[in-house]
Design a protein around this ligand. Structure first.
Ligand code: FE2
Length: 208
């Protein structure tokens, strides 16, 4: 009958068999942006912002992983509180990673994703694989935060200059404020405070 499909052609189109091991060329190259998006932001603006946001993304993914390393490897009398604090900050950095990556995608770019690419891209110093003392862990985390805080402020100002108000607001409200708060929580652990007995003042000396 005219128009009736043969059993062979129907089997080609409808089948319960999954298709495994498929490959195809990329649909968009890294470092490019979609040409026309109804955002009112020209292609050169979106190219610059996605390139810079990808650097910030690589740094944030590195800091995220540094927090998990610290969470696992911490030792000493402050083990429990730092074990919990490092994991809390890790969770907040995970959320920032997702938000930065999705900002790159919504601007028409391609977000950096895999560990090897992140390691090649980040501006944060690579830590050793082994365990380090708590003050060294804290210093390393604070140095990483400082890289991110300085770059975020710079990028937020640039976003205003080139008309990307959305990125400016996101960078200040989410990235900068989260990092600034985490810096405070870490820094207070580096104040040398007596744990059991207060340091006596001169007038109170010899009264115990
Ligand atoms: Fe854990």
């Amino acid at each position: 009958m005219v128009g009736e499909k043969s059993p062979e052609s129907r089997a080609e189109k409808v089948s319960a068999q999954p298709h495994f091991h498929q490959t195809a060329p990329e649909i968009q190259s890294y470092g490019t942006v979609s040409h026309l998006l109804p955002l009112g932001l020209e292609e050169p603006v979106r190219l610059e912002m996605t390139e810079q946001l990808n650097l910030l993304l690589a740094d944030t993914m590195t800091l995220r992983d540094l927090y998990k390393k610290s969470h696992w490897q911490v030792a000493g009398p402050t083990f429990y509180q730092l074990h919990l604090l490092f994991d809390k900050h890790y969770g907040e950095q995970v959320e920032l990673v997702d938000a930065i990556a999705e900002r790159v995608q919504l601007l028409g770019g391609v977000s950096i994703a895999m560990a090897a690419d992140v390691a090649e891209t980040t501006r944060i110093e690579r830590p050793p694989r082994g365990r380090e003392e708590v003050p060294v862990q804290l210093s390393r985390l604070l140095d990483a935060h400082q890289v991110i805080v300085l770059e975020t402020r710079k990028l937020a100002r640039r976003a205003i200059e080139i008309g990307d108000d959305g990125s400016n607001d996101f960078l200040i409200s989410e990235v900068l404020r989260t990092n600034e708060l985490q810096v405070w929580f870490l820094s207070e652990h580096l104040v040398k405070e007596p744990l059991v007995k207060a340091v006596e003042s001169l007038s109170g000396a010899g009264t115990d």
